[in-house]
Design a protein around this ligand. Sequence first.
Ligand SMILES: [Zn+2]
Length: 295
Amino acid sequence: MDITPYLRKIFRALGFRHWQTGRGTALRWRRLRFFLHKRGETTNNEGYMTFRCNVCSQLNEIHMSRLHRELPSCWNCGSTMRFRAIVHLLSEELLGAELLLPDFPKRPWRGVGLSDWEGYARPLAEKWQYTNTFYHCEPFLDITTIPPKMEGTLDFLIASDVFEHIAPPITVAFENARRLLKPGGLFILTVPYVREGRTQEHFPELFRYEIVEREGRPILNNITRDGRHQQFDELVFHGGEGVNLELRMFSEGDILDTLTAVGFTDIRIHHEPCYRHGIIWLEDRHLPFTARVPL
Ligand SMILES: [Zn+2]
């Protein structure tokens, strides 16, 4: 049965006149705002929407301009859109339903996070056999040198905004992510990336390095594998100087190619919004990826 005429009717009734052609974006937003913003208030509320945080269940009202990948938008737990997207993907991919984290059923699934946000890591550890791990403190996990006994043991692995900070060659981290997972295991990956071109390695010869301060500015001193000394300034840090130095800017194509090359399958970029949980991607980059280990 072709449901297209019915869909067209529903969209037209809602005012989406050009639903198939992609035109009329402004109109769509106006209509969306109308349907999403809290009813019964004055028109000052134009542009506000309500969503239920899937990390803590809190109902929030927020101006849509505040919905950003990295800005806290739940007034209760401080979750960002990226954190809610990770919970959403765990729910959709592993449970096959759109559940709030407090409603996740208990499962014997084993999973690991690489420096995950504590806001969802703590409740997730109460539901499943999940461990949040760290590069610098207990419980340790260095994704570039994984313990052989951990190989093939995980049902899921989360690497959220971590891979841009791992020393090159980055392929090793992708390979080890696949090695840690069981057949059918789920990899959730987020990194900042650009749509076009190739991944830009800022320090391709990074080997033994330290960050020091000189005249109030951070400097990166590196000794390459063949013993040459290098020095870099113009460093970019993410949320915490000295710890989260940006080592590369990924490109979408290279992420897809590397996931494929190390043996992942069912690789997907998640553009789709989830209005209910306040996940609306207004940019077509920095989106979350999922990939599976073949069965
Ligand atoms: Zn919350």
